[in-house]
Design a protein around this ligand. Sequence first.
Ligand SMILES: C[S@@+](CC[C@H](N)C(=O)[O-])C[C@H]1O[C@@H](n2cnc3c(N)ncnc32)[C@H](O)[C@@H]1O
Length: 237
Amino acid sequence: MFSSNTNKYKLFNEDALSLLSRIPSNSIDLILTDPPYNIALKSTGNIQLRNGKIINNDIADWDKNPLNPLEYMSNFKRILSSKGNIFIFTSYSLLGKWHEAFDKEFNTFQIFVWHKTTPTESVYKNSFLNSCELVVCLWNKHHTWNFLSQKEMHNFFECPSCRYPEKLSFPNHPTQKPLVLMEHLIKIASNLNEIILDPFMGVGTTGEAALNLNRKFIGCDINKQYCEASLKRLSKF
Ligand SMILES: C[S@@+](CC[C@H](N)C(=O)[O-])C[C@H]1O[C@@H](n2cnc3c(N)ncnc32)[C@H](O)[C@@H]1O
């Protein structure tokens, strides 16, 4: 274990699969996670704008290791409580693989969309802006569901990308999610004191959102610097 604070959170600096294999069955109420998207594999590199600004088109080295959703299916299914929910951020390149591995294992497979109101600008202006991220949503019949007003239950959510001062300057995580988005999903799909797991936690956004809402958190990342940043973020609780 990397660190633990009372019984509110536990953080692990290791490979997600190795942690998942040790988590007891039926013990997690919500898996809310943002694994690699494998879009860096298709990147043609960073783009230099005329004003000197560089658009990060590479995401990160961690996105280059091929991720196979099937490898996560049996443990996600085993550790989820009978009233649990799973939300997995993904990309167009892995969506089909998540569907193939998970759809037949759960009663429901739905898609939720995060619409970023501040997308990266389009350099060549010859395609759509990349302003949406996909979230795979999975559950079984007796899942927890806190239905908010009809207006709040559209299967998309709009907010800006994570910006300063919420965005950490060190380490600069290229895909740090906004707290308001994670809190929205946690409110809908879990209750007070329940356990939220993010095995690809990056700099701990799911953890901070969970603790803000008086849930408990288990988080993991393979990168030590990201784990240290998560610990710093969560140590205020
Ligand atoms: C998309 S980012 C998550 C960002 C996070 N949602 C946040 O707000 O900071 C994916 C993370 O998965 C981590 N990762 C990649 N492969 C992993 C593995 N096999 N086990 C655990 N973590 C891994 C990367 O280090 C990266 O921080």
